[in-house]
Write a protein that binds this ligand. Structure first.
Ligand SMILES: Cc1cc2nc3c(=O)[nH]c(=O)nc-3n(C[C@H](O)[C@H](O)[C@H](O)COP(=O)(O)OP(=O)(O)OC[C@H]3O[C@@H](n4cnc5c(N)ncnc54)[C@H](O)[C@@H]3O)c2cc1C
Length: 499
């Protein structure tokens, strides 16, 4: 395998791993993905510079899990879901990079997200199939962009081509760092801004927060969150950058996994985590080939519109995870034999209710999807926002229901190494069997519930869901703004006898 710097000298793909042959030319397997991360990027974790992210205990297990998702593109049973034929080029690409133009395409994305969710229990909010959403969002709403920045679309199309043909994994680079909220946008010290405009590049300085999985990914897509009111124009930047950009330092948060968890005791945590980080840009040059918008207040104000496809993918993920929550709830009560207790059945019904309502929003939003003027099919926005608002607000409650259903099961778990002891193992087998599960399997089920609802990893995932793609107050504002039903208003007007 060749991992030479890209001969073409593309700004975005500086450390390209040579592609596969023939039909698979646009795909990468897990080993190639891992190799692409050994590219000289500057990552700091726990006070140390990380020499190789693929072997660092805080990053490795998550990368290994991502790698299985790349490998799945070559496995016969998952190839049809994880890859798709791009109708424009006839090339087989990762499904995440497929531009949705028909309902079947949205169904392909939904199936891909379901697949990823089942492989990871949905605890990765930014799996490889998520990253292309920004580029697809730009393409979908090109009519809003082209009138101000006519050259942007050529760049976006090039970005989509490079991203899909190299099977890149992209992080969202959106959030401004947290600072004194009494300052105006212009006064914010850390806000990423352009400090010099050169003929072929823009030089940026400052920081972005979040950047989920950028240390484990290839590139990041920079955009600017709302509101754009008092933000200076030199901060209004939409661009794509490689993770190994010269002058960029990725400062990781403390990991919530140790890298030493075993699958027996921690089936979810052992699969690792997606790491969030602060991205510090110290006078970094960004190629204008990948600057899609700059100093454009109009585009800065349509962040939510450009994110419509991303928001839909997020609710798809939440819906598939909710189905797994419902399955877990049913398995807990079957394991304990509490399934005949009316109050217990009501709690399980709450979880099923949660899953069904989110799924209904996904399906209805696809049913009412409409093409944008550029022919990209975008699911109906108010159903997506309403569903997401419900999903994230109920999420903590659903976690608590799973804890309640478990009773002492969560704190009476026994490590596999203890169970393996001859002096206690047989007694544990004898004393702890459940209703329809033997003692050891019951213990394993509660290991999973622990990881999902009580572990640092589970709580980080819950926090991520509450914040990513904007928290509940912003979703309420979005819903208020986009909902319109003139027919219903006319009926009310008529019934009330208004003139
Ligand atoms: C891992 C992660 C991923 C994220 N992903 C995305 C993303 O994909 N897209 C995106 O746009 N954002 C994303 N966010 C950012 C998220 O939307 C913000 O964290 C959130 O908007 C709160 O802003 P803040 O963290 O800067 O908190 P601050 O502005 O410092 O405010 C702190 C708290 O004060 C309260 N508060 C402040 N102002 C208001 C207000 N106007 N109305 C109501 N309450 C208020 C809230 O409780 C808020 O949490 C992500 C955040 C994280 C941590």
């Amino acid at each position: 395998m060749n991992d030479q710097p890209d001969a073409g000298g593309d700004f975005l793909v500086t450390h390209h791993v040579s592609p596969k042959d023939g039909e698979d030319a646009c795909l990468r397997d897990g080993a190639q993905y891992r190799q692409s991360l050994r590219d000289g990027r500057r990552v700091i974790m726990g006070g140390d510079v990380v020499e190789d992210v693929t072997s660092h205990p805080g990053l490795k297990a998550g990368i290994d899990t991502f790698a299985t998702l790349f490998d799945a593109q070559f496995e016969p049973e998952s190839r049809e879901v994880t890859t798709s034929i791009d109708p424009g080029t006839g090339r087989r690409i990762a499904t995440g990079w497929l531009v949705p133009r028909r309902r079947e395409d949205l169904a392909r994305h939904d199936a891909q997200i379901r697949f990823t969710t089942h492989r990871t229990l949905g605890v990765f909010g930014r799996p490889p199939d998520y990253g292309p959403v920004k580029a697809i969002g730009f393409l979908a709403f090109r009519h809003l962009i082209e009138k101000d920045e006519p050259e942007a679309m050529e760049k976006i199309e090039h970005f989509l081509d490079v991203g899909s043909s190299h099977n890149l994994i992209s992080a969202d680079v959106i959030i401004d760092v947290q600072a004194n909220r009494k300052l105006t946008g212009a006064e914010m010290p850390g806000r990423l801004r352009v400090v010099e405009e050169r003929p072929d590049t823009l030089v940026v300085h400052g920081a972005k927060a979040g950047n989920t999985m950028m240390p484990q990914g290839n590139i990041g897509t920079i955009s600017m969150p709302p509101p754009a009111r008092d933000v200076p124009e030199d901060c209004m930047l939409w661009a794509a950058v490689p993770a190994n950009l010269q002058g960029l330092t990725l400062v990781c948060r403390e990991p919530v996994t140790s890298g030493r968890e075993t699958r027996d005791d921690h089936p979810i945590t052992a699969a690792g985590e997606e790491i969030d980080c602060l991205a510090l840009y110290d006078h970094v040059e960004i190629s204008r080939d990948y600057v899609f918008s700059y100093r454009n207040r109009n585009i800065a104000s349509i962040y939510t519109t450009l994110g419509r496809f991303a928001f839909w993918k997020i609710i798809c993920r939440l819906s598939h995870r909710a189905e797994l929550f419902a399955a877990t709830a049913q398995m807990i009560v079957n394991a304990l034999g509490t399934d005949h207790v009316p109050a217990v059945r009501a709690m399980v019904a709450d979880v099923i209710h949660y899953a069904k309502l989110i799924r209904a929003c996904v399906l209805a939003s696809v049913e009412q999807a409409a093409p944008t003027p550029s022919g990209v099919l975008i699911p109906e926005a108010s159903l997506v926002t309403a569903g997401r608002l419900y999903a994230i607000e109920q999420y903590p409650k659903i976690m608590q229901v799973l804890r309640d259903l478990s009773g002492q099961g969560l704190i009476s778990r026994v490590p596999e190494s203890t169970w393996a002891r001859s002096d206690v193992g047989a007694m544990l087998d004898e004393f702890l069997p459940g209703h329809d599960l033997n003692a050891r399997d019951k213990n394993r089920l509660f290991n999973l519930v622990w990881d999902l609802t009580c572990s640092g990893h589970g709580l980080r995932t819950a926090l991520f869901e509450a914040l990513n793609a904007t928290p509940a107050p912003a979703l309420r504002e979005d819903l208020y703004r986009i909902h319109d039903n003139p027919e219903a208003r006319a009926v009310v007007r008529e019934i009330a006898g208004l003139e």
